[in-house]
Design a protein around this ligand. Sequence first.
Ligand code: GYE
Length: 628
Amino acid sequence: MNKKTIYVLGILGITTISLLACFVYIQSGESARSDAKTKIEYVIGVSQPNLHEPWQVLMNEELRNEVMKHNNIRVIYTDAAQSTDQQVEDIETLQKYGIDLLIVSVEDSSALTPVISKLYKDIPVIVLGRGVEGYNYTLYIGSDHYFIGSMAAESAIKLLGDKGGDIIEIQGLANALQAEERSKGFRETIQKERNIQITEHLVANWQRDKAEDELTRLLKQKDNPPELIYAHNDAMALGAYRAIESLQYDGVKIIGSDGVNKPKGGLQLVKEGTIDTTFITPTGGKQAVQYALDILEKNAEIPKKIILRNHEVTTNNYEQYINEEEKIVDSPTNDGQVVLGFAQVGSESQWRAAHTTSIVTAAEEAGVQLILKNANNNQTKQIEIIRSFIEQDVDIIAFSPKVEHGWEEVLQEAKDAGIPVILSDREIKVNDPSLWASFIGSDFVEEGRRAARWLVNDMETSDEEVQIIELEGTQNSAPAVDRKQGFKEVIQDFPNYKIIESLPGDFTLNKGKKMMEQALQSYGQEIDVVYAHNDDMAMGAIEAIENYGLKPGTDIKIISIDATIKAFKALSTGKLNFTVECNPLLGPQIMQAAKDLKEGKEIPMKIITSEETFTQEEAKKEMKKRSY
Ligand code: GYE
């Protein structure tokens, strides 16, 4: 028995006694138990907020089933029994045992965020199912809870029809991020409807009985029941049903969420008509173990977020959903080479050039037959190219949407033709999220926030006015819209920071230069800062500033996004002050997604890349390693 195993067993011996206090379970891979020679390489901690909610129980089952397949890991599970203090203690205790990685499902995000941020400095942390504030973790795997809330609202609008009506919302835990996000998504979507109002808001801690009690108490004080109840999970939806039943009300619609396929689980409740709608919320347990090993064995590019898709299941589409699920499970098809049609938006920037190369190279390496066509920054041309791929009956279509709007028609044609669509690097706005299979790219809002955070921290001006010129990317494109919003979100808290003008640079060096020349004409030395939505426009601004006789990076501070090699050179010569990375190397993930889709597998709704930021000092250190 090697030193590491003796050490781990020793630790386990001591811990076993103390852990009993917080309900644990220790598991090793299948053969690790039977074959003493098997080497345990990693110890993983799993911190659960509770193990009474059906969804959390399902998550643990999925984690365990996947752990069984890997014999070089040992997993220590803790259950905080819905006590935040206990969960904080569990995490600290797991850290003391020397775990190599933590998988944590969070209930009280405001209390757990600082604990996780601190731990993340020492070991990798996977946040599972329920998020935390900020980005101080390795990987988040779970749903987009705002999106679940907005889908629930769409379902409520459909269920209530033209008559509309009153809604009672039953929220999970008060200060739990996912509950707040579901509530926000629900409200912001419902408020568009004039004849629908959310009249009451209850909090029932994800618990069936509490929901039943709270609702019964409330309805006894009211003359009429609502037309609809939206409960943030199926357990509370069942509680609501019981309350309604006990008060002998008829016709009240009930929407839940989670869709666990077990007795009294959401899927069963919809099947038997107890509730009207639920949203399948995958736990991500299986992916968490797979990514944990990828992280520990450093054998893959690890994204920042894996957003799993949610399916709406109603009493009307229940059978259809079950049949489609069985089809996916029973017969994954794998007939031959994938033919991928990629409609590239243009060749507007260095970033775009690196992106195109990444796709071409990855297709070769993955054995994917790639048909790549360039739309030269023209949406009509891009739509034509997508149509030509539909006519060619390719297996999968992928494209970088020039702008956010105007894609419904052609994507409906692709859907009707049974061709899944992958969105690369830019998202779109469509009412029907089933028109695209997956988005692979960056969080542009966070990129904008990072640019502004550096500025306000670096400038540290007391209350002196700071005049900013913003060079915007392609109008109505997702990166331009979101990078603008993220930057504004941060500087709005610093009233002395003023964007004096936003100019359209279309992500190109030449347009960036021209716009900067225009700005210098108008404002000259009054300009303190240039915020460029990408490096190329920043490079153009640098040329314009030098031609104007000022020192870029000194007289005028310059911040950009992309972090390409040219930006690194400008940082190392002091002409650029700060750059926010946007990863163009999306080829491998796009090819993997295309292959999985061809095999009929369900793939994540979004894969958000992990990215850094670079100051002049950091760029000097990193320059050699930069590949694009
Ligand atoms: O930042 C810019 C390119 O869509 C993320 O498009 C991409 C952006 C990138 O022109 O350089």
